[in-house]
Unconditional design. Sequence first.
Lengths: 321, 345
Amino acid sequence: MRQLRSTLASWEGFLLAVLVLIYLVNALNSAVFLTVGNQINMFQLSVEKIIVALVMTFVIINGEIDLSVASVMGLAACAFGWLVQAGVPGAAAVAIALAIGFLCGAFNAFFIVWFGIPSLVVTLATMIAFRGFARILVEDRGISDFPAWFDRLGQGGFIGPVPFAMVLFAVLAVLAYLLLQRTAFGRKVYFIGANRAVAEYSGLDVKMVKAKIFIASGVVSALAGLLFAARVGAVRGDIASGFELDVITMVLLGGVSIFGGAGTMSGTILAILIVLSMRNGMALQNITGHIQTGVLGVLLILSVMVPIIRETGSRMLARTR
Amino acid sequence: MKHITVSTLALCAALYGVAANAQAVTADKGGAADMVLLPKFLGILPFDQANRGAEEAHAELGNTGTLLYTGPTPENSVAGQIEILTTAGSQGQDVVMLSNNAGDQIGPAAEAAQTAGTKVVTWDSPIPSGQGETVFVAQVDFGSIGVVMADMAHSVMGGEGEFAVLSATPDAANQNAWIAAMEEALKDPKYANMKLVDTVYGDDQSEVSYNRALALVDSHPNLKLIMSPTTVGIQASAKAMQDEGLCDKVKVSGLGLPAEMVSYTMNGCAPEFALWSFVDLGYLTYYTSYMLATGKIKGEIGETFTAGRMGDYTIEEDPGRAGAKRILMGPFTVYNKDNVEAEAK
């Protein structure tokens, strides 16, 4: 009983309660909401963003930020389109696009880790630069006509009606959970995020951990960009632009501290489910994009406010005792 | 079944008080079709006008279903359109009327919607590949827009000098087709002394277009005209030239809304521009979609139907897109000092 109460009092418990509430309200408001087809659509429409949110959780807990994820997605997708159009076989183009993601991540890591430039600055610059490269590659046209097997990865069912990207998300979510919460690497990520100086004094390989995270962020973003290209069957220079904010919103809503050191993978996953089901529910109620964006903004403010209010509250309680 | 159709036709003819056309199919009033009008994004006048036309047709036809006007935000246009189209399929809407801003990226979603039983009728801007599209309601023949733009440029510039194009988004299928048509028209020896020096994109956002227009003037000192085939771009360009006092040197022309352009036409910044009626486009799109949803037409080439007050239209092959079908609305009007004030009211 006590354990149940402490679970509910935790941020994850709160998110879970919110999620259940949203599912209830949506199911009561729309007969369509709980259908398998709609649930799949709901995930598929944002599957690329939620895959990136998994790796963004590592980045932010580590006390950093990566604003370039959406531009890496765009660059990888455009590079893929450009290569396919130039006659490169699809599988090779996928490999090269992933390698580009690796290089983008390594480029970010180089300046952040070895030059000590704040990640906010470095990734803001590369957000613009990588997007620029994407636009140069495909110029002002759209590229489509990808290999059929590639389009099928994004569009049809892979296991039954469940598309490939969703299966991949499920696998990555489990791996990300295990890596962050159950391994020595995961504990280092928290420790460095909580106090970098102490971590360095205690002999932790801070630079290596950070470099790995940024490179992973690049590769996973490139993968997400490819999945997006497969889902929509075409690329152009502005593909996936602006996605970084949605990704970061989900992670912060999940209770990950923007200052690093705190948060959990299950929090992020719950926040993903909340954002997706809320958006889908509003869309089914025919609520326009402007209001949806507004509601998500309010949600994000609340997610930052509630922990602060709770902490102040418990401190006041402690004082009165 | 045939009897029913014949008697309905007769009834319609009696209601309208006209003789039934042998070929043109007329709509049955009072059907039930849930329809979604999906613009590129919310918040600009032409789309609201199209919605007015759709609402007019909705009331006229006594549709007992719903007409929903919804769209994404400008920053989220591509993903937003895909999301709304997908959701419409889940909701079991009968038709989505789409002004496509996502290029071919919306093709798979349109196809999925069709599979779910939702027809996709495009208007204003089609799906370039035609994937998942039932039919495209074209405002005017894309080729003739090119000639009209070339002619306006000729008339404003006195037949010689440099001009540039300020378009919408780089992948807007309609603008790209019009610019290509204009470049084709410019090959005529009549336009030999006119030179198209640049094509830039203002993303159909006022501020971006405004800045791009000023950048054009800076990078091309001999520029005499900015041709903008988008209502957002032409207004922003005209305002930019007016604000900077450049109207004597650089004129603006293109496709604009009389209500937004009247002051610039009267003060000489944009002496000539052209457009068709977006209200009519919404009205015709609604009629087409309603008749598709109620099964009066199938969306096949050669079918002719009566679209209320606008008369008869026929589904034909789209000359610009292999394998795709269109309904051509046409024609459009060139506005100048003499007629713009009357239209702007």
